[in-house]
Write a protein that binds this ligand. Structure first.
Ligand SMILES: [Zn+2]
Length: 311
């Protein structure tokens, strides 16, 4: 029988999609907000990116130019986090994996408690109805010693549930991060990392093996290798995909050709997410609709993907 979610996809009914429970497992809290909410709160209108960018450097320059000072410092980060929870609540996201970068600890009073307090207050103000899975992130360009120094007190809090690594995939070899992932694993965190967005299918599998990843952020390059897709399918490692982000960053030329189709057909577990809603002008509901309307996936397939991510 057709579900409400499937009917909403077929009718192009964004409000209907928003009314259905959804997860966002790949979203960055500094650019996770909703345009109208951010404008009402800060007075700054951040119009979504219109053209295709060619590199992460171009992306960082765009973010800096578009956001100015509104998300700078501890107070600015608090606004960005609240905006992210509010955006998720508006879009009917019921399960949200998000948090601060471990570097964020330098932006408050230098304590892990301040990071935690800022996040929990943002959740309470922005979207208390959202089931929040606290995540700590790391940037790939940061020196190992600094990451270790920042991460240790955050891990000792015992409140974070997932770990992610993002930023320039080519900044440092993945091996550098192995000891940090071992510590996070020992602390019981779910392990994720950005890989295979700019890199190769082999990069994806190498990161999965070395870091013992449970999930991969993006990982679309895996679709170039039947062997890597077979291994991902066998191990059940999920790829948390962000279709519009892939398009706007020039990783995929046309939505009609998005590799989610090949990955899904190869039995790879996938989810559909936003990456940076304030930058891309998207939400999870819109991402599902975009894939459906581009003829990439059927309504029943997208519903199965939605439900799997909620589990
Ligand atoms: Zn991302």
């Amino acid at each position: 029988m057709e579900t409400e979610f499937q009917a909403a996809l077929e009718a192009g009914d964004l409000a209907g999609l928003r009314a259905c429970p959804k997860a966002d497992l790949h979203i960055h809290a500094l650019m996770g907000g909703d345009r109208d909410w951010v404008r009402a709160r800060t007075g700054r209108d951040i119009a979504p990116l219109e053209h295709v960018l060619g590199s992460m450097d171009e992306m960082h320059a765009w973010v800096s130019d578009a956001t100015g000072d509104v998300f700078k410092g501890g107070a600015g980060r608090a606004v960005a986090f609240e905006a992210t929870f509010a955006q998720a609540a508006l879009d009917g996201v019921t399960r949200l994996e998000v948090g601060d970068d471990v570097w964020g600890i330098t932006q408050y009073d230098g304590t892990a408690q301040a990071v935690w307090r800022t996040l929990t207050e943002a959740h309470a103000r922005g979207g208390p109805q959202v089931d929040w899975i606290p995540q700590m992130g790391m940037s790939r360009h940061c020196p190992y010693a600094a990451l270790d120094w920042w991460m240790t007190p955050l891990l000792e809090l015992g409140t974070f549930k997932t770990l992610d690594l993002s930023g320039d995939e080519f900044a440092q070899p993945i091996e550098v991060f192995v000891p940090l992932y071992r510590k996070a694993k020992a602390a019981g965190l779910k392990l994720k990392a950005h890989v295979g967005e700019w890199g190769t299918a082999d990069d994806v599998w190498r990161a999965v093996e070395l870091l013992e990843l449970d999930e991969v952020q993006h990982g679309i390059a895996a679709a170039d290798s039947p062997e890597v897709m077979r291994r991902l399918a066998e191990t059940g490692v999920r790829l948390n995909l962000c279709p519009t982000s892939n398009l706007k960053l020039g990783r995929v030329a046309r939505m009609e050709d998005h590799p989610i189709r090949r990955l899904y057909d190869a039995g790879v577990r996938v989810s559909v997410n936003t990456d940076d809603p304030l930058m891309f002008g998207n939400g999870v509901s819109a991402e599902f609709l975009t894939l459906f309307q581009a003829g990439v996936m059927t309504a029943a397939e997208l519903d199965a993907i939605r439900l799997d991510a909620l589990g």
